[in-house]
Design a protein around this ligand. Sequence first.
Ligand SMILES: [Zn+2]
Length: 139
Amino acid sequence: MRKMATTQASALNGASTRSGYRRKLIEKRMELMAAMGLKFDVMAGQGRVAEDDQAQVSHEEFISLRLNKLDYDVLKLVNEALDRLDNGDYGACLRCEEPIAPRRLEVLPWAKYCVRCQEKLSSRHCGAEEPDLAAAGAR
Ligand SMILES: [Zn+2]
């Protein structure tokens, strides 16, 4: 009886870590959607949604479009991470399938790759693969 309780407790521990990540991801998603909703409202109000308008928009609006793109990228990553939580792939690097360090997931619960793969990918794509630490993580 006692032994069973211990096993259950450790299983629960794993589950609570996952639900912790899930909560973070959902919070992040709400935050991003709220931020994007605000920006979209502002842009829609000004009739500046089409991308080929970019040449005409002011510097400030251009920045806001860029931020929006970044939010959208992170939102996509967040949704993908939630999918992985659902089908049990969460926490494994999508490239080498090694577990992603929990410390990395604490900071970036939507991380797709382990640090090593991310570094390789970043140096190849000039850091465009995952808009992480500098941009999204700092906010
Ligand atoms: Zn990896």
